[in-house]
Design a protein around this ligand. Structure first.
Ligand code: PBG
Length: 332
């Protein structure tokens, strides 16, 4: 009795009900964060060309968009501010403005949807004229410690506005300590820090950079984002952020890095978020548009895989369409 013909795997796969008994649950809506872009103004819902179905919303229009999202039970949002190029500067200072677009939106969303969890992205790349994630030193490298100081001030502005959590995404050394320290010193010890702890220098961010107009004018981000080819360093990055006091770790992108999520899951008991990024979103839409794949099945399989790898939270542009893709609760 060692194997075939007595052992037959197909017995366990005979009917949908039998299969279903052994399948994991699909991630529920409460495990999702929707990353969403806000711009100043009123009545604006600007399509993002490289991310069909995603928009830059003015705060009032975001409120409209959030109604069905909150009704569906989506856990929360991750807010990104976008400002016009003429308002950006060398230091990225506009990111720290307590009256800026992100704090304004946080106030409004917290008032209108008190239960929705609000995280804000903390980075300077959408606010610097050169598009890097912090001010540059005289050699043209991002000045790590100056970036941290600015991130800390931005974090405070977001916390004061009522954000449940802030998500530093600049990949600066010590960014978590800097942010945690500033929050605690100002009495915001309850504000969560979800660190983009292992963020890779990835080719899958291009559509996002279109949305945020945040592509570096010169050079790239390899000097601060992690190498896709160095697993040990990638894990150290996250474990260091855990030591620095992060409440939630993150692996980004998700789909090319499921192994990283799984390794990390074995090395820490902190919650892990996975960021299903813009390029991962756009490529599935592009394939489906060409008739090269069925969107619903591709999305479902991808989101299931991210959960199976060990992520607790999934940050995904698909979140508003959770019902359509995962709503029946069935297996793959
Ligand atoms: C900002 C930031 C980026 C993303 C999230 N925060 C872009 C980048 O590092 O260039 C990418 C998100 C996505 O592609 O969906 N530092």
């Amino acid at each position: 009795m060692s194997g075939y013909p007595e052992r037959r795997m197909r017995r366990l796969r005979q009917t949908p009900r039998i299969r279903r008994m052994f399948e994991m649950e699909l991630p529920g809506p409460g495990r999702f964060l929707w990353p969403v872009f806000v711009v100043e103004g009123q009545g604006l819902k600007q399509p993002i060309e490289a991310m069909p179905g995603q928009f830059r919303y003015s705060p009032d229009m975001l409120v409209e968009a959030l109604k069905p999202v909150t009704e569906m039970g989506i856990g929360g949002i991750l807010l990104f501010g976008a400002i016009s190029n003429d308002r950006k500067n060398e230091s990225g200072e506009p990111a720290c403005d307590p009256g800026g677009i992100v704090p304004q939106t946080v106030r409004l969303v917290r008032r209108r949807f008190p239960d929705l969890v609000v995280f804000t992205d903390l980075c300077l790349c959408a606010y610097t004229s050169h598009g890097h994630c912090g001010p540059l030193d005289r050699h043209g490298n991002v000045d790590n410690d100056a970036a941290n100081a600015a991130l800390a001030r931005a974090a405070l502005a977001h916390a004061v506005a009522g954000a449940h959590g802030v998500a530093p995404s600049a990949m600066m050394d010590g960014q978590v300590v800097a942010v945690r320290g500033a929050l605690d010193a100002a009495g915001f010890s309850g504000t969560l820090v979800m660190s983009y702890s292992t963020k890779f220098a990835s080719a899958f961010y291009e559509p996002f950079r279109d949305a945020e107009q945040s592509a570096p004018r010169a050079g790239d981000r390899r000097g601060y984002q992690a190498s896709p080819a160095d697993l040990r360093q990638a894990l150290r990055e996250s474990l260091l952020d855990a030591e620095e006091g992060a409440d939630i770790l993150m692996v980004k992108p998700a789909l090319c890095y499921l192994d990283v999520i799984t390794h990390l899951r074995q090395r820490t008991d902190l919650p892990i978020a996975a960021y299903n990024v813009s390029g991962e979103y756009a490529m599935m839409i592009a394939a489906a548009e060409r008739g090269w794949g069925e969107l619903q099945r591709m999305v479902r399989e991808a989101l299931l895989a991210i959960a199976r790898a060990g992520a607790d939270i999934i940050i995904s542009y698909w979140a508003p369409r959770w019902r359509e893709f995962l709503g029946d609760g069935g297996g793959a």
